[in-house]
Design a protein around this ligand. Structure first.
Ligand code: PLP
Length: 394
């Protein structure tokens, strides 16, 4: 009796979590040290010490009603004001308290934006490969997600494919850099090309096309600048989360932000505020919001991820695998050794390697390696990857 829309989506879904759970069962049988589980993106680096210290401080000093009562739907004003200051200091923007909305992670922020901007059959465009949940977020309000395939040699947006994906019904474009699943950081050149097309299309269609920049991995970039999208495009809504930046995915805390010159700013904020209620989020967790008074600009020690990235990228390419150097997040996209990425993942399992098939991210023929694992696990997996390679080449 479940809704037909949901049934269809369940039938299509490839559950990476199921593969992960299978890996845990294999660990029980063969021993954890013999299983190389690269399936899910659950941060492996501890939150910085200031996070725990601030939890204690807030519990000890903030009155219970302020800490545990209902805040405004958009969040505590002192926290929003602090985040606006952090943004203005870092990027020289014009953010105000009003334009920062606290959300239950990046996921809720995107769903709230879908609810605010999309009528039935309206479209949102995203660059593929993409984070699979986007399709469900857009589908929740009966919108359509239109993928624009990246150039698979570089994993950068392809301007021609992107332009062809836009239509009169495009309400927003969802961009994610550093990217899940590829680890790519979109270059300034890519951003300029994308935003030039958008500016032209806004004029042609006579309505705004918002650029929703989903940035949960902004803090995880290795020796590279991640372009700040509002510098290139006025109608940008930035979505941020502390799930990866501070390793707090279970605490469900993030924000969305827009500057006052974004078109229909007041209406957008009114729509988002109502959506927080209508979708049942009510408000982002109050205590987690308060933590950000001290931790909004902090991040985990990313040198740990970088070390693991280097071990895997260097090791895999040396064996002969094709990987595109990942500059951010904790994902590495690798070409499967056969066209059928599902079958490749099954064969890899025989070597006790668990990976997510690229088809799950609209990237068939590839696999995602999630390297938020201890660096010793990455190191120990290389002989197994070598055996796997030999199976296909000997
Ligand atoms: N967007 C992308 C690209 C993600 O990879 C994730 C989570 O993995 C999310 C959004 C959701 O993040 P959050 O935990 O902040 O809701």
């Amino acid at each position: 009796m479940i809704a037909k829309r949901l049934r269809k989506s369940l039938d299509e879904a490839i559950s990476i979590r199921d593969i992960f759970e299978e890996g845990k069962k294999m660990a029980d049988i063969y021993g954890a040290e013999n299983i190389f589980n690269f399936t899910i993106g659950n941060p492996s680096v501890a939150p910085p010490a200031i996070v725990n210290e601030t939890f204690h401080e807030m519990l000890d000093t903030v009155p219970a009603k302020e800490l545990h009562g209902y805040p405004a739907n958009v969040g505590h004003p002192d926290v929003r004001s602090h985040i606006a200051d952090v943004l203005n200091k870092e990027y020289g923007g014009k953010y105000t308290t009003e334009g920062v909305v606290m959300t239950t992670g990046a996921a809720a922020a995107i769903v709230e934006i879908c609810h605010t901007l999309l009528d039935m059959d309206d479209e949102a465009v995203t660059f593929a490969p993409y984070f699979w949940e986007y399709k469900s977020y857009v589908g929740t309000v009966y919108g359509k997600l239109v993928p624009a395939q990246c150039n698979m040699e570089t994993l950068q947006p392809d301007p021609e494919t992107f332009e062809a994906a836009l239509s009169e019904r495009t309400r927003f474009v969802l961009i994610n850099t550093p990217n899940n699943p590829t680890g790519a950081v979109y270059t300034e050149d890519s951003i300029i090309k994308v935003t030039d097309i958008l500016k032209r299309k806004e004029k042609e269609y006579g309505h705004p096309i918002y650029l929703v920049s989903d940035e949960p991995y902004r803090a995880l970039a290795y020796d590279i600048e991640v372009p700040w999208i509002p510098d290139y495009y006025r109608n940008t809504i930035v979505v941020y989360s502390y799930s990866k930046a501070l390793s707090l995915p279970g605490e469900r805390i993030g924000w969305l932000a827009m500057q006052p010159d974004v078109e229909d700013y007041k209406d957008l904020l009114a729509g988002i505020t109502a959506s927080i209620r209508y979708l049942g989020y009510v408000n982002a967790p109050s205590l987690q919001q308060k933590i950000m008074l001290k931790c909004a600009g902090e991040k985990v020690d990313i040198s740990i991820y970088k070390k693991t990235r280097d071990i895997l990228y260097d090791g895999l390419t040396k064996i002969g695998y094709t990987c595109i150097h990942p500059d951010g997040a904790f994902y590495l996209f690798m070409k499967a050794l056969e066209d059928d990425d599902f079958r490749f993942c099954q064969v890899a399992k025989e070597e006790k390697i668990l990976m997510a098939p690229g088809t799950a991210f609209y990237g068939p023929g590839w696999v995602r390696i999630s390297y938020c694992v201890p660096s010793e696990v990455a190191e120990a997996s290389l002989p197994a990857f070598e055996w796997l390679y030999k199976k296909y080449t000997d």
